[in-house]
Design a protein around this ligand. Sequence first.
Ligand code: SF4
Ligand code: SF4
Length: 112
Amino acid sequence: MSVLRDIIERKARRETIRRYGFTGKAGIEADPSYRGRVGLKRELCIGCSLCEKDCPSAAIQIVQDEKGKRPILFLDRCMFCGQCKESCPTKAIYMSSELELPVFDRRELEVM
Ligand code: SF4
Ligand code: SF4
C-alpha cells in the first residue's frame, strides 16, 4: 500500500496521528534509573568547576555572576554519560529520567 493511500484511508477513518515533537509530549515513561535530562540545583553549587573539567563532551561551561561561579550545561552537546553527576561533590547535578528533549531553539537546552 502506498503511503499516500494509507494517509487518505486513515483520514477517512478519522484516525488521528500525533506529530511527535510538534503537539506535545508522547507520554513515554522511562525507568527512574534512566540517564535523561541533566539538572542543576543551583543552591548546592559551590563553583568548584569539577563538572566542567570532567565532562568529556565539553558540554559544561563555568561562568561568573553576582552569586559567584556556576555552571551552564549545554544539553545539545551532552551524551548523558553521568560523569558530571559523579564528579559533583555537593550533588548539585542530577540526572532525571526525562528522555524527550525535542526543541525548536537549542537555547532551550541550556541548563542554568
Ligand atoms: S552527562 Fe556527561 S556529557 Fe553530559 S554534561 Fe554531564 S559529563 Fe558532560
Ligand atoms: S561540580 Fe558541582 S559544585 Fe562543582 S561547579 Fe559543578 S555543579 Fe557546582
